[in-house]
Ligand binder design. Structure first.
Ligand code: GDP
Ligand code: MN
Length: 385
């Protein structure tokens, strides 16, 4: 789960990490008033669930409140496309207005979950800012990483080593050590998959400050934090994803033409692999989980059909906990409700499989059944021609 920059900064600030003074605005007039409050000179920043805004025109240094209002009018409702948003971009509905800070140096600092070592990894670079991707690919030696042992936690000597790698000394170095230790506390206590400060800056006046912040919460830990659901900005999410969330279904949008309904993440991965092997391109996949009900299957089917890219549907389900006849009923019910005429291939196996297939074959839908995954994949690819 993502949150906005201003929300991430509020969290950092609560852990003693300095941030610029700022206000969130929902209208151009509010932006103007906030700019006045900051003394005229300020930075106006589009709030979207993606980075790379600076280069896409979503961050601007402003000199007069009127200029802030003008720029805000241009930004509100605009769709920003950055390397992190995908080609469809994200709409700007909130703007952060911050006091302008004179920057002396920009660093990169983040802590993220490394799936291969199953540990948090601290990443830092003295060459922070908007070119960090290029630094990572062209001069990887300028990126310092440190794997954190979950039993000892992050030790202050390790944080100090990072601060020294950043070229800091004296009191700023000690401030940085504390900042890094606090950032690790944020990670642990807020169950983050990522906390990133880019740039972390030393101001002209010699203070450390988080100029930008990104936090991603670990979805598996959301239940431990009652406040998280209210922090979500639904305008930043795919409407189909929101709908899937309501029914506790995992929906992932992809770029092809075959909608995939599966049960279980492992089966989903195998399904995508086999489809690709037979020349098919998945438009999405929807995982209904192990013990889904007829209603859940019907809802899942409808969500897949709302995706305009879907030209055919591939159902791959193992009826272990969920019976195949129940799945068949769900599909027939949903397809009937939305008058689905698209080709459907159902590969299912497990309990009540014969009854499930009979129901589907007699349903009058444009459906073919198969017990074999490869055969099913070639059928759906063939039906799409
Ligand atoms: P991103 O491009 O989405 O990562 O957005 P950032 O929040 O990182 O902003 C882009 C760049 O704008 C930063 O790397 C800074 O160099 C610059 N910037 C942001 N806020 C300020 C500020 O208060 N003063 C100055 N001088 N530059 C700023
Ligand atoms: Mn940034």
């Amino acid at each position: 789960m993502n949150i906005h920059e201003y929300q991430a900064k509020e969290i950092l600030n609560a852990y003693g990490i300095p941030i610029p003074r700022g206000r969130v605005a929902l209208t151009a007039d509010q932006v103007e008033r906030a700019a006045k409050e900051m003394g005229g000179r300020c930075v106006v920043k589009a709030q979207i669930y993606a980075g790379g805004r600076g280069k896409a025109g979503g961050v601007k240094l402003i000199h007069h409140p009127e200029q802030a209002q003008e720029y805000a009018k241009e930004l509100f409702g605009k769709t920003l496309v950055t390397p992190q948003t995908g080609p469809e971009g994200l709409k700007v509905r909130r703007i952060l207005v911050e006091e302008a800070v004179d920057i002396a140096r920009e660093f990169y600092l983040s802590i993220t979950l490394d799936r291969s070592s199953s540990r948090y990894v601290l990443i830092a670079s003295a060459e922070g800012g908007m070119e960090i991707e290029e630094v990572a690919s062209k001069t990887p030696e300028k990126i310092h990483t440190l794997t954190i042992d979950p039993f000892t936690g992050l030790r202050s000597y390790q944080a100090r080593w990072i601060a020294l790698q950043l070229g800091l000394s004296g009191s700023v170095c000690e401030d940085c050590v504390n900042l890094i230790l606090n950032l690790y506390r944020v990670c642990l206590e807020k169950d983050c998959a990522l906390v990133e400060i880019n740039p972390l800056v030393v101001t002209r006046a010699g203070w450390l400050m988080a100029m930008d912040a990104k936090i991603t919460f670990d979805d598996n830990a959301i239940f431990r934090h009652r406040e998280y659901p209210d922090m979500m900005d639904y305008s930043q999410l795919d409407p189909l994803e929101i709908n899937a969330g309501k029914y506790d279904l995992a929906y992932i949008k992809l770029s092809g033409s075959i909608g995939c309904l599966v049960n279980g993440a492992g089966l989903a991965m195998a399904t995508l692999d086999v489809l690709k092997e037979y020349g098919g391109e998945p438009a999405n996949f929807l995982d209904v989980g192990g013990g889904a009900t007829r209603e859940k299957v019907a809802e899942a089917f409808k969500i897949i059909l709302q995706d305009a890219d879907v030209k055919g549907i591939f159902v791959n389900i193992f009826g272990g906990i969920m019976r195949c006849d129940v799945i068949a009923h769900g599909i027939i019910e949903a397809a009937g409700e939305v008058n689905c005429t698209l080709p459907i291939v159902v590969r299912m196996d497990g309990s009540q499989v014969e009854e499930g297939k009979r129901l589907l074959t007699e349903s009058g839908l444009n459906v073919q059944c198969s017990d074999n995954l490869g055969d099913a994949a070639s059928k759906i690819v063939g039906m799409l021609g």
